[in-house]
Design a protein around this ligand. Sequence first.
Ligand code: PEP
Ligand code: MN
Length: 338
Amino acid sequence: MIINMSTLANAEEINHVIDRIKECGYQAHVIQGAERTVIGAVGSNGRRAEIEALRAAPGVEDVIQITHPFKLVSRQLRQRCTVVDVSGVKIGGGHLAVMAGPCSVESAEQLMETARAVKAAGANLLRGGAYKPRTSPYDFQGLGVEALRLLRDASEETGLPIVTEVMSESDVEIVSEYADMLQVGARNMQNFSLLRKIAGSKRPILLKRGPSATINEWLLAAEYLLAGGNPNVVLCERGIKTFETATRNTLDLAAIALAKELTHLPVIADPSHGTGLRSLVPPMSKAAVAAGADGLMIEVHPCPERALSDGPQSLDLPGFAELMKQLGREPLREVKAA
Ligand code: PEP
Ligand code: MN
């Protein structure tokens, strides 16, 4: 970090900043310019927040960060791409993961029909909401544990591992019992007590980007998970809020490419929530893969017009199969019968 002293700073103020830098575990490098003094705080294991607080010290004009505040998720720490294994399905490092399924688990029939179809079309994980974060309390809230049981049955029949959202700390244990991968939803990206709790689960985690979160905040949320002891984290860009109203969210493709530069963790895209419009899901899926995404999360429903949530952005079964074909996925010849 760089501390820019004011042009009016006196020797006592400069020496105070140098002393504080050393106390915080850094080395101080002083550059004496014609007009002002600039001091670099150098080192990797110091107390960063205390250096940032020097903004309030007398004679300091500004404190400028030159390195990222995250460590464990950073590509500077680990050059090689992390590959996350979800019950045998690899995400990252050249393996394109496709997580597909309904927004909400609604019934055994709806889930099983979708699971068989997405498996046959080439998906390798099954998604489905059991606990739903709905904007209105009057909307369908999900079937809870019943949905978890249905997801497990569908997984047993198709062999697809399950990814499903955990909304609250109190559900982490039960969801971990049934699911292969735990999803932290966009609205919970900065629920730090949930992040701490879920970090203790043995299950891999899918961390969605908050609708108003910066890339820095998203990576710091992932840092909570790694710092809490869970290295198996996949990031998911699912669209952010902008001034645009023609789409539900703005799928931030540049964020995918940039996140892949900044972190070794896999990054996937959710073009369903990212656009809110079925017709945009195929082109944005392809665009996300072109931008470097390690996978896709796609909402699929056997009859989107009857879906209890997110029908307008859900692909129907033939639509999903067509997209998989366009992405070069081999459809399965045969799916294990019930
Ligand atoms: C979902 O994937 O079902 C979901 C609710 O997504 P998000 O948290 O991105 O809104
Ligand atoms: Mn949804």
